[in-house]
Write a new protein. Structure first.
Length: 206
């Protein structure tokens, strides 16, 4: 026997219907950086799904180490399967920081690192990734909401943490791609130099 609510099937023969949102995360693709100029997830390329299969996507980053000192971790979206990464984006970022030796701490908003409906690569969180120390790295996630919508702008948010030469930096950010075209690719890169190492995992959420 099935269970139907407001015309939507919830249970069918005792099992959840495939259309019911469960919040389950499905791993779609893992990419490992190795002296990489960019890291990209393009719908339809190399097994990547970034379309209306899922209403929400999360990209998790682990042990991202930038190849040059005091460079920033940036991203952009594409509406033409990665031919161009230049979508208008508006963002807001802030950070909290504290040094290992307790020499300094703070909580700050720095509008110089936001994107004002710009088309350049931008930061989702105001953090630095330092190449001075071998153990310095970035970890965090980017959450992208309904990128295939052709009605609304595409919202995203991020949360990152970095060890930057003995300083803990917790970065927070959010924004939207100001387009009604579907976002079908996301690319990451350092604002100078390369991504020396790191693991990037793309998940879809039902």
């Amino acid at each position: 026997m099935g269970v139907i609510s407001n015309g939507t099937t919830l249970l069918d023969a005792g099992a959840l219907d495939s259309g019911v949102v469960t919040g389950a995360m499905t791993l779609i693709k893992t990419v490992t950086a190795s002296t990489s100029s960019t890291i990209s997830f393009v719908d339809g390329a190399s097994g990547v799904v970034l379309d209306d299969t899922y209403k929400e996507y999360i990209i998790k980053f682990t042990d991202v180490h930038l190849g040059s000192d005091d460079k920033r971790f940036t991203l952009q979206g594409s509406i033409d399967a990665g031919s161009n990464y230049n979508v208008n984006a508006t963002t807001s970022t802030f950070r909290a920081k504290h040094a290992e030796d307790d020499s300094g701490s703070g909580f700050e908003y720095t509008n110089g690192h936001d994107s004002d409906n710009g088309t350049a690569f931008f930061q989702i969180s105001d953090i630095l990734g330092s190449g001075n120390n071998a153990d310095d790295c970035i970890a965090g996630f980017l959450q992208l909401f309904n990128p295939s919508s052709t009605t609304f702008v595409k919202h995203f948010k991020g949360r990152f943490n970095a060890n930057n030469t003995g300083e803990c930096i917790g970065g927070f950010g959010a924004g939207y791609f100001n387009t009604t075209s579907a976002i079908d690719a996301i690319q990451f890169k350092a604002d100078a130099g390369n991504i020396d190492a790191g693991t990037f995992k793309l998940y879809g959420i039902k």
